[in-house]
Design a protein around this ligand. Sequence first.
Ligand code: PLP
Length: 396
Amino acid sequence: MYKDFQAFLQNELKNIEEAGLYKHERVITSPQSAQIKVSTGKDVLNFCANNYLGLADNKELIQAAKDALDTHGYGMSSVRFICGTGDLHKKLEAKIAEFFGTEDTILYAACFDANGGVFEPLLTAEDAIISDALNHASIIDGVRLCKAQRYRYANANMEELENCLKLAQAQRHRLIVTDGVFSMDGNVCPLDKIYELAEKYNAMVMVDESHSAGVVGKTGRGVTERYNLRGKIEILTGTLGKAFGGAVGGFTTGKKEIIAMLRQRSRPYLFSNSIPPMIAAAGCRMFDMMAETNELQDKLHSNTDYFVAKMKEAGFDIKPTESAICAVMLYDAKLSQDMAARLLEEGIYVTGFYYPVVPKNEARIRVQVSAAHEKEHLDRCIAAFTKIGKELGVIK
Ligand SMILES: *Cc1c(COP(=O)(O)O)cnc(C)c1O
């Protein structure tokens, strides 16, 4: 039975490999951190994790998770509405709402599920979703599962958004959806202008804060802090898998009736397991830490400012960024791969991206700065970029 399909897959895989698009995975044998060990035994500096606040190996979070293993066990073995709701889940939901200044929160196994399960329960064929062209894959998939009329505008293009909103007056309800930070460029969505247009054209707004939560805004409360719009946005989604400790878990937070409806109808919530108690406990501890001190956010912001300034000084072409993502533009696909490989030899772990992950002829190396990085780490990274950049003719 399998023979024909096997041959078909083998051929497809070969095509992927030959096109140079095969994704090879490097194996890490240490905790996720600024400095990691890869399976070749080499110690490298990590500049490609979403570990923005450096919490992935934080001692307090590890202890909170260990304690919860003793008090609450290992797994829930249930979806939330049958017997998968623990006191820790309720606590975490409340803490997330407090952090973002929202009314209520619903947890998911991942933000991919939060986005996959947010549109279909809320909107029907009578309604409209207006989506930024660079939105995350999980938003695109979520929109596909919903029957609402779809509109799309070019990344952060407010003229196009306004045109979409005019057309969407034909529908009953309108929802504008955007990433908070776009992951390949590091730019922040123009939420002030989006909000203005939403008011003018009677639309709701949803922001995916996955790359912005913990990062953007003076205290890391995300793009609603950055634009003074706390409590004004109907729907926020986010992940516990990036700045917030990097384990696993996602959430939707916002207006209480919206969250209530999601608890009734959102399929990834109703038909998928509850997150483990230890993750909820560590999450609670993490949000308590955020409330106690702004130390990590401050360090991340000063690290990012320093890194971007020094890289520009060295002559690199850096995309304008307002996040911890620094796109070093190289334009040529092969150059991005060669440079990343040479940097790894120098002990700097970064990833080169090229088409179709980014537009054609816009290949780049995406550097992700973290509060876990010490100045010495940043300096070693900048020095390696400068050395290899010169060697490969990227800078003079
Ligand atoms: C990473 C990411 C997700 C997925 O989050 P998970 O919790 O890992 O599923 C969703 N949206 C955006 C914008 C992301 O960057």
